[in-house]
Design a protein around this ligand. Structure first.
Ligand code: GDP
Ligand code: MG
Length: 425
């Protein structure tokens, strides 16, 4: 069975924890999009990990962790990450990288940085991991698949052609030092040696696993609202964040993805620029940021303070629908225990009219949140294992959100640790 775990919002919904939980029963965990810009926090017996490129199954010894063809692979960062995991006592994980996965080139990271520099205050708030230049090149057909590293003559010729254009950009647009073919070629040879032990035909491996009825988990990065088509374009990421893209980014027949678990957080957070209707500011936001997540809401990749807001039913319902969610996990509900009253965004007011439909970006810019207020529970709810044992106000909060989403909330997460979760029948 193939299951996808994906975000319904702006990312950082707590997918890492949920994936890690499911990974202990999975045979295969697959990353199918995105790259080193991701940050999935998992906490287990080995300690706390912020995983960037590694699938969240790396702490489960029987799990095969696959980096699919849809990923933007930063090879040195991957190797570093593998080392950082084993250094904490985790046995060498099983990892396989698709031979079709494309390589994050050193100049992608440079160009990402230079472009944000050029844009100055108009910048996207990129993590400067090279993601946008990488996917631009992939679709402009000047990217490099891992398999191309093994044909030196071909590689050198292609590199010479590609660097011609990159050097024009560096010289005339960015006024930065040029890149040498030989140096880049040598770097790629180092990359080849680093990645070689992990490279394989992952699509074939997955196809056979499906035939053998294996448990397969697709691990999404970011969330629906960062999808280049359905998100808050242009303040989005450069690869599709939707479960459906798992079919392409991993090489799985679309009809095999049977279960789509959308993760949504009991409040909202976002990193980088872009529309965020239910955003809060000042002390109210500082308080929520301090109490959010497992150690405050700060980016797992960049350490940036996350923007905070109330739960947004309009955006989250849309986000679940875009994913095709079959079930929803509501995370971090314990982080709201300090509030007497909890506002929730139930509509958008645009040009004097209230809507519950998530609009296109030009209209979204004008949207003002319509809030309703639910009662807080004002007591620590961590450690509670059954839904019925939650204070009635907390139960009502979950039920209210479930009704707004129109999709069953099957799990409620009330702490960052793997076992801090309430299953609903
Ligand atoms: P991801 O990118 O979706 O995997 O999410 P992140 O790991 O970037 O951010 C989620 C944060 O919330 C992390 O710090 C998690 O440890 C934390 N977290 C996840 N679920 C819960 C929960 O139920 N309660 C609390 N307090 N923190 C949680
Ligand atoms: Mg994250």
């Amino acid at each position: 069975m193939v299951r996808a775990i994906v975000g319904a919002n702006w990312g950082d919904e707590g997918k890492g924890k949920i994936t890690d939980m499911f990974a202990s029963q999975a045979d295969i965990v697959i990353r199918f999009q995105g790259g080193a810009n991701a940050g999935h926090t998992i906490i287990n017996d080995y300690g706390k990990f912020a995983l960037h490129q590694l699938p969240s199954g790396v702490c489960s010894q029987n799990t095969m962790n696959i980096i699919g063809n849809g990923v933007a692979l930063d090879i040195p960062k991957l190797i570093k990450e593998i080392n950082s995991v084993t250094e904490k006592g985790v046995p060498q994980p099983k990892i396989m990288v698709s031979e079709r996965t494309q390589i994050m080139m050193p100049y992608h990271v440079l160009l990402d940085t230079y472009e944000e520099e050029r844009l100055a205050e108009r910048q996207f708030g990129s993590t400067k991991s090279g993601i946008a230049p990488f996917y631009s090149d992939k679709y402009a057909k000047i990217g490099f698949q891992i398999c191309e590293l093994f044909d030196e003559e071909y590689l050198k010729e292609k590199l010479t052609n590609v660097l011609e254009v990159k050097n024009l950009l560096l010289e005339h647009i960015y006024h930065k030092p040029l890149i040498s073919v030989d140096e880049t070629f040598n770097t790629l040879m180092e990359y080849r040696d680093m990645i070689k032990p992990y490279v394989g035909n992952t699509a074939k491996y997955i196809r056979e696993a499906i035939k053998d009825n294996k448990n397969i988990l697709l691990e999404g990065q970011l969330g629906s609202l960062k999808d280049p088509d359905f998100g808050i374009y242009p303040m989005v990421t450069s690869s599709s964040t939707l479960a459906g893209y798992g079919a392409v980014g991993a090489g799985i027949p679309a009809y095999e993805i049977k279960d789509i678990v959308a993760v949504t957080k009991a409040y909202s957070s976002a990193v980088g620029a872009g529309e965020f209707v239910s955003e809060i500011f000042g002390e109210e936001a500082d308080e929520m940021r301090k109490r959010g997540g497992d150690a405050g809401e700060f980016g797992a990749t960049t350490g940036r303070p996350r923007r905070m807001g109330w739960f947004d039913c309009v955006a989250s319902r849309y986000g679940c629908q875009a994913q095709g969610a079959t079930q929803v996990v509501l995370t971090a509900i314990d982080c709201l225990s300090y509030l007497d009253e909890i506002p929730v965004c139930v509509g958008y007011e645009i040009d004097g009219k209230v809507t519950k439909e998530f609009p296109v970006t030009p209209l979204l810019k004008k949207a003002k949140p319509v809030l309703t207020t639910l009662k807080g529970w004002k007591t620590d709810i961590r450690g509670i294992k059954e839904f019925d044992k939650l204070p009635s106000e907390a139960q009502n909060y979950v039920l209210f959100i479930e009704k707004e989403l129109g999709i069953p909330v099957t799990m409620v997460s009330n702490g960052p640790k793997r076992e801090e979760i309430i299953f609903r029948g």
